[in-house]
Structures are given as C-alpha cells and as structure tokens.
Design a protein around this ligand. Structure first.
Ligand code: HEM
Length: 322
C-alpha cells in the first residue's frame, strides 16, 4: 500500500528541511513530515466532498465559499523568493489570525466556520484542499461548470506563514499600489499571480454569485429588491447589493448585465466596469456576454490555475475525484 507524505511546514524552508524516515502513523518530534495512509485519505476526501455538497445544498453559502478560496489563493506573489509557503496562494494561511483579519477578508470568518466541522470529521484532508473543494462544488451546484480540481495540497502550519496585507485587489480608488486606473490595478495584482487578461475577465465572472455589503467592503447598497429576502446561512443575513438578479445562479449574467447597464439595483464596481472599458479586457467580456459556453470553458481553465497558485502537493499526489 502506497503512503502519502504530508510535510508539515514550519516557518523555515520546507523544501530544504531534512525529511526523516518515518514509519506510518509516526510524526517526528520536529514535525517536519508525517505519513498518511493513502486509501484512508482518499476515503476522507470523498467523504468531505459529500459533506461539502450537503453543506452547500442546505446553507446556500455558495458565494462566500467561492470568495474564501479566491482570497486564500489570491495572496500569491510569484516575485517572493523565500521558500514555500511564503509566496502565499492556496495554502490555507487565511485561517490564521493575522490574515483573516486583513480588511479585504472582512466577513470571511463565517466561511471558515462553515468548513471547520468538515475538517474535524475528515482530519486527513487539508484545509487548503477543503477551501478549494468548497469553491469548486459551490460553482457547480449553482449551475456552473464542473471544475476538475486536483487534491493533495499541503497546509501552511503557522500564523508566521500568513501573507502581508494588501495583496488582494481593491475595487476602486485609491489603489494602494499607485495605479491610475482600475485596469492597471487589476493587471498589477493578477500579473503578480502569473495570471493574464483572460484570467482577469473570466474570474471576474464569479461575481455572477453573491453580494457586496457596505459593512464589509464599504461598497454597494444596504439592500435591494433582489437581496431583501433570500436564502441565508448560519451567520449570514439578507441585504447587500448583487451583481445579478439571480445571485445564487452561476451563469454569464454578470457580463450581460454590465454590458446592458439597465438596472440601477445591480452593483458594478469600478473594477467590474473595467472588463468592458479596457481595450485588452473587452474582447473577453464581449465573448462571455454573447456565449455562456465559452465563458464556462475559459472560467474553468482560469479557476484551475487560481486553485493551484503557490500550492505544494504532498508526495503521491495530486489526485482528482473524477
Ligand atoms: C477582479 C478583482 C476583484 C475585486 C476588486 C473584487 C472585489 C469584491 C468585493 C468588494 C466584494 C464584496 C465583499 C463584501 O462586501 O462582502 C466581492 C465579493 C465577491 N467576490 Fe470578488 N473581487 C474580485 C475578484 C474576484 C474573483 C477572482 C472571485 C472568484 C473567482 C471573486 C468572487 C467573489 C464572490 C463570489 C463574492 C460574493 C461574496 C458574498 O456574497 O459573500 N471575486 N468581491
């Protein structure tokens, strides 16, 4: 039986750290690595997926779970030269105090709380896999495309591995990086992650789900006719301003609504407007407004890239659940 090794990252370089030879189930004193029974891990991974599906079907927390995974991944900076996990990315460092407290992550503690019981039930599955799994399943259950995610991510293990504040994009002026326009800012932020114009526009389409809340981000209206009532979950509540009328359905309405500019009740952030205003972005936005299948296909490609930014896979992985 093959075993899967999950290196536990300490604040020093995991790549250069010595890897002791361990018998299955024995964790070294230095906690550099432990071995995990692969069939047991796979069984828990499948169980976790079933539990994530049940969670989403009962809570309708699709939007906040998509946002959680994106804010974990979106901290990735390919210019950082320190060893993993200092570049950030889908390492679950967002679960630690300093990072979940960043202003950009306001409200996301509720999403961490939703996932925690599933982690407790399936302890062999990493937090980072669970966050990414929940996002992919949330998109799919909302009517979006199937995202064939790969699993086996290692978790950042310490608050010292949290990324610095300020890596996620701002929705409008003032931009902390001195950008003159929303499009410049989006390119600065996403190019730093190794993502391109197509990725920026396709991923922005995830705003087909969810709402902007003034008490969290400072953007949007307190409520609209589309958000006054509607499904809630645990700490969730009605209100906020959505990008689309059916904000729990994943489709290409984000693009058709921004293009049509027909409904004052729907939000368009400065960075959303840029997908049609910027010359480099516009061809993608036009394509996705006209052709939902093209949007879904290219969204999946970009989502998969996002889900693996900064990821270190355990020995013997990645695997898919296809
Ligand atoms: C392009 C740059 C982006 C900016 C400036 C941005 C900004 C924002 C802001 C301000 C909110 C409202 C937060 C609140 O008030 O609670 C939000 C929500 C959201 N964002 Fe983004 N975002 C961006 C990209 C993305 C990407 C790449 C994804 C996913 C792939 C995403 C998924 C979401 C979702 C699903 C929500 C709704 C969350 C909820 O309803 O709880 N966003 N975003």
């Amino acid at each position: 039986m093959r075993s899967l090794r999950f290196a536990q990252c300490a604040s020093r370089s995991a790549a250069s750290a010595p890897r002791p030879q361990l018998r299955r189930g024995i964790v070294s004193v230095k906690a550099v690595a432990k071995t995990v029974d692969k069939p047991a891990w796979l069984a828990q991974l499948k169980g976790a997926r079933a539990d994530v599906e049940a969670l989403i079907r009962t809570t309708h927390a699709n939007p906040i779970l998509v946002r959680l995974a994106w804010h974990d991944s979106g901290s990735y900076d390919e210019n950082v030269k320190e060893a993993w996990p200092k570049q950030g990315g889908a390492t679950a460092s967002i679960r630690f105090g300093p990072e979940i407290g960043h202003a950009a992550n306001a409200g996301l503690q509720a999403a961490l709380d939703l996932i925690e019981p599933i982690k407790q039930k399936h302890p062999l599955v990493s937090y980072s896999d669970l966050y990414q799994m929940a996002s992919a399943v949330a998109v799919e259950l909302a009517g979006g495309p199937h995202i064939p995610l790969r699993y086996g991510r290692l978790d950042a293990e310490s608050p010292e591995d949290c990324t610095p504040d300020g890596r996620l994009p701002a929705a409008g002026h003032p931009f902390g990086d001195g950008s003159k326009s929303p499009a410049d800012h989006l390119r600065k932020v996403f190019n730093r992650m190794g993502l391109n114009d197509k990725d920026i526009v396709a991923l922005s389409g995830a705003h087909t789900l969810g709402r902007v809340r003034p008490e969290r981000s400072g953007w949007g209206k307190e409520e609209t006719k589309y958000t006054r009532e509607g499904p809630n979950f645990l700490g969730g509540k009605p209100g906020g301003q959505s990008w689309t009328v059916d904000w729990l359905t994943f489709n290409n309405d984000y693009f058709t609504e921004i293009k049509a500019k027909r409904d004052e009740e729907l939000v368009v952030l400065p960075t959303d407007a840029a997908v049609f205003e910027d010359e480099g972005f516009r061809p993608y936005a036009e394509k996705y407004a006209a052709d939902q299948d093209a949007f879904f296909k290219e969204y999946v490609e970009s989502h998969l890239k996002l889900s693996e930014l900064g990821v270190k896979f355990a020995d013997g992985t990645p695997v898919t659940l296809e």
